[in-house]
Design a protein around this ligand. Sequence first.
Ligand SMILES: Cc1cc2nc3c(=O)[nH]c(=O)nc-3n(C[C@H](O)[C@H](O)[C@H](O)COP(=O)(O)OP(=O)(O)OC[C@H]3O[C@@H](n4cnc5c(N)ncnc54)[C@H](O)[C@@H]3O)c2cc1C
Length: 403
Amino acid sequence: MAIGNAHGAHIVTIEGINIDGLNAVQQAFAEEGATQCGFCTPGFIMSLTGSCLSDKNPSQDDAIEAMNGNICRCTGYKSIERAAGKIVNQLKGRTNDPVQYAIDNVFVPSYFSGIPNQLAELITHSEKKFIGSHDNKTLGGGTDLYVQQHSEMLREELYFISGNKEYNGIRKEGTTCIIGGAATVTDLASSQIMNKAFHNLKDYIRLISSTPIRNMATVAGNFINASPIGDLTIFFLALDSSIVFENKDQQRQIRLRDLYKGYKQLDKMPDEILREIRFELPSASTVFNFEKVSKRTCLDIASVNSAIFLDLEEDLIRSAHLSAGGVSPIPLYLVRSSEFLTGKRITAQLVNDLLGIAQSEISPISDARGSEAYKRLLLSQLIKAHFITLFPALPAIKFLYTS
Ligand SMILES: Cc1cc2nc3c(=O)[nH]c(=O)nc-3n(C[C@H](O)[C@H](O)[C@H](O)COP(=O)(O)OP(=O)(O)OC[C@H]3O[C@@H](n4cnc5c(N)ncnc54)[C@H](O)[C@@H]3O)c2cc1C
């Protein structure tokens, strides 16, 4: 993580929560035998302690969710779940400010109460310093860049997009949703506009990385990284989204599906910044679904993923957009499949015919995530899964799924 991305934040390491004796989270871990090796335990403790400072009274699921970026290979998770349960019980019925409660109940040391004032002073004095020049390499959360180009990034001059308020936030203009170029996956997951528009949003987001990565990773970074399996890219391709690039004072808008020209080749100049993402919000006549298959359900990259968006008049498809990842050198908008669906009535036969067309549009390769044949099979199954999920009353499609 670039230090500039910590601008405006107070960093607390495991040593920073030391008090006399164990803090409440450490105590719960010790009592439940949840301590593991020295690599994982500090991560679990810090993630859970951090979540205790949130305004929300956590449920057991929330507490576990807060630790979902931490994987332990040494022992098991049951004792950690029990420790989380203890903490959830201790937080029940909190009435005062969560930070003060955490201080009073030995979750964190007393210096935490002074952090907001320290930060306010720091931000007033240093607002401009960490943004950098537009001519530098654009950095979102760095969750791709620092993995792929670790050594080069140590010397890279950067433009910290999250430092520029213009690029933040998710808003609505009429029926159009506009997502800022610095909006993170967590911003997306917690946006009221997005949750109202996509009732299953939380389930989709659960399949994408982990809480700490989502807190940093931007939607724009997912697009520009151009991974053929980028989950958010596949999600927004099916919404037929547009993107607005900015280059100094000039702006241009293109469809997301036109961005990808070849493997990691984009219709983008090096100094263009993705300013915003725009798409039409779902309406009462539209349906949407996202599917992802990976070797592990959570915390894993996709073998194949897919999303679909249909505008319907009863069982007639007025317009359709279908996308698929992991089946081509680029994140794929399935042009012919989408056109094929348009103007047709939904039947099991239609879905069957669609599978053939989708297969003719893809060119998967065999790699660590599966053979070409497996990925072809997966896409067919995911397309069936879209229709089974969206139209559960169609028994013939269910039959197709198991055939
Ligand atoms: C542990 C881990 C798990 C992950 N799991 C998943 C997963 O499940 N699914 C998934 O899809 N991805 C996953 N990723 C990949 C990554 O988190 C996403 O691709 C993320 O959305 C990238 O966003 P970022 O802001 O971190 O990009 P960065 O690393 O900051 O940037 C990526 C690229 O985009 C460019 N860029 C960023 N923002 C802009 C902008 N506004 N304008 C122009 N260029 C820009 C950068 O210059 C760079 O070329 C994972 C990564 C890690 C480390």
